[in-house]
Design a protein around this ligand. Structure first.
Ligand code: NAD
Length: 434
């Protein structure tokens, strides 16, 4: 059996070890809805607009039969939720994970609507996913699954309709298969997905974009709240696309990354880890463990370390009311989607911890996805320098708008980010629909 090399994800541990994920019981859809409602109440958003913005526009649930390498037929289930397209085509990643369900995808689709509005790219919000474990599937099986999923949701996709991208458990190879499968029926359409291999029309800088955006926001937040990032101690949960790039780029600012983890556990080193060398070690061994000069720690230990900045960059629900009291960080940068639950957010805020919200922190990915889409439509390539310069400008503009509202109205950053995003989507809705 040949296994696809997912650059972001070595194999998951055996199913028994997976029990360490504690958030399976969390209702992410309810959590996202709660943030929406708090913001809608704060801004006194009219009832009609609330009705239109709260629920998704369209949801697809499809079955995907795949003939596995050993000959048996496996039936997978896939989802594509299109939340809102009032500001532009639906846009959002595709997640392959064994805990994917409709509620989680629904929540992530809504987050995309608020995120695209906040970083001000002309897209709406969507998300897709398949309930599967890609780390235990061969390359052939993953390709068959991806092509089957693309065929089933093809009628809802389109260059000006709905544009997928990578998320947890998917990568540029998966995007290449989607582009190819969509192209069979619809003709050459590189703009149908973003996060493609550069060779097929992907953008320079897309792979690092979410981590780069998170690093820019970390710098801005540290400046605003008086934390000297060059002397700061940082811990990062997750070492996939977002976590590994954030680690590398944050370390380049001079900060000391003292701990990093993945699904199997973490490592720590008081002197600071070298994320570039750690990435080579990880690629070679498939594990963080055994890295020179580091000690092994658990994911729970990592979240409770005495650090200035904690960056959850793995899955949702990492910090809940059960472990919020253990967190010692002065600032939490939500690089993952929904890593802090509302109850944990309240508890952290009461202790003066600054929580910088996901829809702002991880908006760099969709920003460069927009640049990729623009390049595909024009059949013209941008330099890496141009991508990074324009990304930095947009992230700083988004931070500025959120921070100004937060200080001006004396409200938390998350509420400020939601109000800013909802305002933009609500205004477009009034102009187009009501
Ligand atoms: P990925 O699949 O590349 O990496 C996920 C990482 O999380 C891996 O290192 C994995 O081992 C780790 N992980 C999984 N379960 C864990 C657990 N229980 N404890 C600790 N670590 C665990 O995914 P990614 O693309 O890096 O996405 C990470 C987060 O960032 C997700 O919430 C995703 O929705 C969000 N995000 C990603 C992008 C993007 O461009 N890839 C953009 C915006 C937001």
């Amino acid at each position: 059996m040949s296994t696809v090399v997912m650059p972001s994800a070595p194999r998951s541990p055996a199913p028994t070890a997976r029990a360490q994920r504690t958030c399976a019981h969390l209702d992410f859809n309810r959590i996202t809805d709660e943030w929406f409602q708090i913001a809608a109440d704060h801004m006194k958003l009219e009832r009609e607009i609330q009705l239109l913005l709260r629920s998704p526009y369209r949801e697809l649930i499809v079955q995907i039969p795949v003939r596995m390498d050993d000959g048996h037929l496996e039936l997978f289930h896939g989802f594509r939720v299109q939340h809102n397209a009032v500001r532009g085509p639906y846009k959002g990643g595709i997640r392959y994970h064994y805990e994917v369900d409709l509620g989680e995808i629904r929540s992530l689709a809504a987050l995309m609507t608020w995120k695209t509005a906040l970083v001000d790219v002309p897209f709406g919000g969507a998300k897709g996913g398949v309930t599967c474990d890609p780390t235990h599937m061969s390359r052939n099986e993953l390709q068959a699954l991806t092509r089957g999923f693309t065929q089933k949701i093809d009628m809802a996709l389109g260059v000006y309709r709905d544009i997928p991208a990578p998320d947890v458990g998917t990568n540029s190879q998966v995007m290449a298969w989607i582009m190819d499968e969509f192209g069979k029926k619809n003709g050459y359409s590189p703009a149908i997905v973003t996060g493609k291999p550069v060779n097929l029309g992907g953008s320079l800088g897309r792979e690092a974009a979410t981590g780069r955006g998170a690093t820019i926001i970390t710098q801005e937040a540290c400046t605003a709240y008086g934390v000297d990032l060059r002397r700061a101690r940082v811990a990062i949960q997750g070492f996939g696309n977002v976590g590994s790039w954030t680690a590398r780029l944050v370390a380049r600012t001079g900060a000391k990354v003292i701990a990093i983890s993945d699904v199997a556990g973490g490592i720590a080193c008081e002197r600071g880890l070298d994320p570039e060398r750690l990435w080579d070690h990880y690629r070679a061994s498939g594990s963080l463990a055994g890295f020179d000069g580091s000690r092994e720690i658990s994911n729970d230990d990592l979240l409770a370390l005495d650090v200035d900045v904690l960056i959850p960059a793995a899955l949702g629900g990492a910090i809940t009311e059960d472990n919020a009291a253990d967190v010692q960080a002065r600032m939490i940068i939500e690089a993952a989607n929904s890593p802090v639950t509302p109850a944990a957010d309240d508890a952290l805020r009461a202790r003066g911890v600054h929580v910088v919200p996901d829809i702002l922190v991880n908006g760099g990915g969709v920003t460069v996805s927009y640049f990729e889409w623009v390049q595909n439509l024009q059949q013209f390539h941008w330099s890496l320098e141009r991508v990074n310069t324009e990304l930095e400008a947009r992230m700083k503009r988004a931070w500025g708008a959120v921070f100004e509202r937060s200080t001006g109205e004396r409200i938390p950053l998350r509420l400020a980010a939601y109000v800013e995003a909802l305002n933009r989507v609500a205004e477009a809705t009034r102009q187009r629909l009501v």
